[in-house]
Design a protein around this ligand. Structure first.
Ligand code: NAP
Ligand code: GDD
Length: 361
């Protein structure tokens, strides 16, 4: 049987790396778009590139979502059966600083691909996945958010993703392109970017426990998020494109926790018990008990987490929890609600990474 060909934009990101592994294991030929950078930006996929098992089935091409001609030419030469549009300026806080760039890449980026599919007459051949986001729900209108919940975006990032969501639906309905939105809630992993809150916490708590840093500075401790594992979500991205009919799906775990709770659990994993004192910008976490068997280098009564205004956003999505019943029914989605396992995997991986970088140094 002829192998399926996939094209992934954003292949060097967290999700791109898991999706590439998944598709290669399903015997796809995988092409990915990477950006030209003055330093290495392929750390998350180097292991794939080096794996002999995937030789002649894994290809990287330079490109940028802001470059229509390059996007069109790549799709023309690859002629993929499936396109996964994961590339984005994906940091919500940063989108307030660079709103125009964020919109160009995230909103028009999706349009550029859809137009390429149409102009190259690939409508019958190529299926399109758009990485939509629970950020679309923003100021939430329903207690838990499903495909039927109205959107109320609260950042330039979310507004750009709103355009991408609608243009995907519009090209599906206007031109009959098999184009789908995966409205994914937050998903994390050891490969998560270091400035997103979970990874920032797992890295910093490890460094503090090793005596390499004194204090972690965070913004809104009270945000509630529905956190899943990125590997599970990559499987859903693929499944969304394997349906008989093009549709949009919410993917979520249906459980939510606060940023504050995430910090407590990471500390607990290393045998550090903390107590929160103070309010608002003065709130901080103080060490109250240490499990001596874990040999951490923190002292009782020391402050290891503080709040900093620097990390507050002009507007913040405070409360997200997904209702993924449709994905459960139609895609066989089985939400993995175990936050403890996710934290354990991230904490162990970061500790290893930190110790390795010290050794190298
Ligand atoms: P990520 O780790 O930030 O990866 C983003 C990818 O996009 C990277 O490969 C990045 O390249 C690439 N990229 C950024 N700007 C680009 C440009 N101008 N041209 C070409 N490529 C560009 O994000 P992720 O967590 O994997 O998320 C994947 C997608 O899902 C994103 O669209 C995100 O908005 C969306 N999403 C994520 C979540 C989540 O919780 N993770 C939830 C819902 C939706 P570099 O490596 O060179 O930076
Ligand atoms: N990044 C960050 N840094 N966030 C912090 C911090 C901090 O120091 N302190 C508190 N937070 C709060 C943010 O205000 C937000 O409410 C929450 O932690 C989660 O922030 P992020 O981890 O940056 O993720 P996000 O929810 O804004 O966006 C991620 O998930 C979206 C899906 O809902 C990104 O992956 C988006 O690309 C994705 O669409």
């Amino acid at each position: 049987m002829k192998k399926k060909i996939a094209f992934i934009t954003g292949i060097t990101g967290q999700d791109g790396s898991y999706l590439a592994e998944l598709l290669l294991d399903k015997n796809y030929i995988v092409h990915g778009m990477k950006r030209k950078s003055s330093s290495f930006n392929t750390q998350r996929i180097d292991h794939i590139y080096e794996n002999k098992k995937y030789k002649n089935r894994f290809f990287l091409h330079y490109g940028d979502m802001s470059d229509s001609l390059r996007v069109l030419n790549l799709i023309n030469s690859i002629k993929p059966h499936e396109i996964y549009n994961l590339a984005a300026q994906s940091h919500v806080a940063t989108s307030f600083e660079i709103p125009e760039y964020t919109s160009d890449v995230n909103a028009l980026g999706a349009l550029r691909i859809l137009e390429a599919i149409r102009r190259l007459k690939l409508i019958k051949k190529t299926r399109f996945y758009q990485a939509s986001s629970s950020e679309l729900f923003g100021e939430i209108q329903h207690k838990s958010q499903s495909e039927k919940t109205p959107f109320y975006p609260l950042s330039p990032y979310a507004v750009s993703k709103l355009y991408a969501y609608w243009i995907t639906k519009n090209y599906r309905e206007s031109f009959n392109i098999f184009a789908c939105n995966g409205i994914l809630f937050n998903h994390e992993s050891p490969r998560r970017g270091e400035t997103f809150v979970t990874r920032k916490i797992t890295l910093a708590i490890n460094k503090i426990a090793l005596g390499l840093e004194k204090c972690l500075y965070l913004g809104n401790l009270y945000s509630l998020r529905d956190w899943g594992h990125a590997r599970d979500y990559a499987l859903m991205q693929w499944k969304i494109l394997q349906q008989n009919k093009a549709e949009d799906f919410v993917v979520a775990t249906g459980k939510q926790y606060s940023v504050k709770y995430f910090v407590e659990r990471c500390c607990k994993f290393l045998g550090i018990k903390i107590k929160w004192i103070g309010k608002g910008i003065k709130e901080r976490a103080v060490v109250v008990e240490i499990d001596n068997t874990k040999k951490v280098k923190v002292r009782k009564n020391s402050t290891i987490v503080r709040v900093s205004e620097q990390y507050f956003r002009p507007l913040d999505v405070r409360n997200l929890i997904g209702n993924s019943k449709k994905a459960q029914r139609k895609l066989g989605w089985k939400p993995n609600k175990n936050l403890g396992n996710l934290i354990k995997e991230m904490m162990i991986s970061d500790r290893k990474e930190i110790l390795n970088s010290i050794k190298k140094y």
